[in-house]
Write a protein that binds this ligand. Sequence first.
Ligand code: KG4
Ligand code: ZN
Length: 337
Amino acid sequence: ADAPLVLGIETSCDETGVGIVQGHTLLANTIASSVEEHARFGGVVPEVASRAHLEAMAPTVERALAQAGVAFTDIDAIAVTAGPGLAGALLVGVAAAKAYSLGLGIPLYGVNHLAAHVAVDQLEHGALPKPCIAMLVSGGHSSLLLVPDVAKEVVPLGSTVDDAAGEAFDKVARLLGLPFPGGPHIDRAATSGSGTAIAFPRGKYDDGTYDFSFSGLKTAVARWVEARLAAGESIPVSDVAASFQEAVVDVLTRKAIAACREHGVRDLLVGGGVAANSRLRALAQERCDAAGIRLRVPRPGLCTDNGAMVATLGSDLVAAGVAPSPLDIPADSSLPV
Ligand code: KG4
Ligand code: ZN
């Protein structure tokens, strides 16, 4: 029999994402983003995001159904991000998913956002090796995970103790006068700069944990820029961008490889918005090649928050025979993986 059609809903941050998959085949992936409404605040404003989700929810579902060429009544199961994320934003997706589940008489699966970021890679590169190590780096999270089976067991190894990697990119970009979200602008500016021009600190580099810290780096960049300005000197934006970026991706790739080594794992998955970073992709590939580790990075459209990732994990849960969620599952802003 054909694998069930699963519709996934993602509303943990500023993207209203709806995806439809059948097994590991992608049928639709539609997004409505409120990122432009947040740009003038330099960061995501929770109340603005919640309202935008509310307005975008039903139309985005309709667009996904049209893109997949299926009707509501063809859908076999609903999956939704139950957490972690912004409480009010999650609530909109969870409420919508419950309504669809109840109205259509189909099972509901509340899923973890981080596990969904891992599962989505299967749409592009096939079933995940068991186990694999996953590094998720975005505006909201920076985590290293040991993944024996994405549908059943995901073990957190470490995460950021302060800013997320993408948050550090965004804050440093702001410091350099680059627009929000700053990651892609730093990436671009860095191509004409040198990653070794300025020796910025690498937090928690040799501490033997899988945790990250980026706030010290951010402060070091701020101090460096202030000192130049106070001396009446101009800021070499490309060199600052490249040197900051190098410090971030050096720590990220070093710890990801160390986790693979310690756990005897030969496959590393990198996901989340920061996985779009060209230097991170290049250095991860270089270090994986040297260590005999296979690297999987989904295409950028699957790395950033989207509904297909939620549908993919939902599909895996159905396939694994995991029991559906009760209709009263809460949205949990700090849901553990
Ligand atoms: O996964 P995502 O779309 O949303 C969150 O869940 O946060 O990630 C967005 C983050 C932002 O901080 C953005 O600046 C960063 O990913 N980002 C990048 C790049 N593209 C997006 N950071 C560095 N280099 C990039 N090319
Ligand atoms: Zn995310």
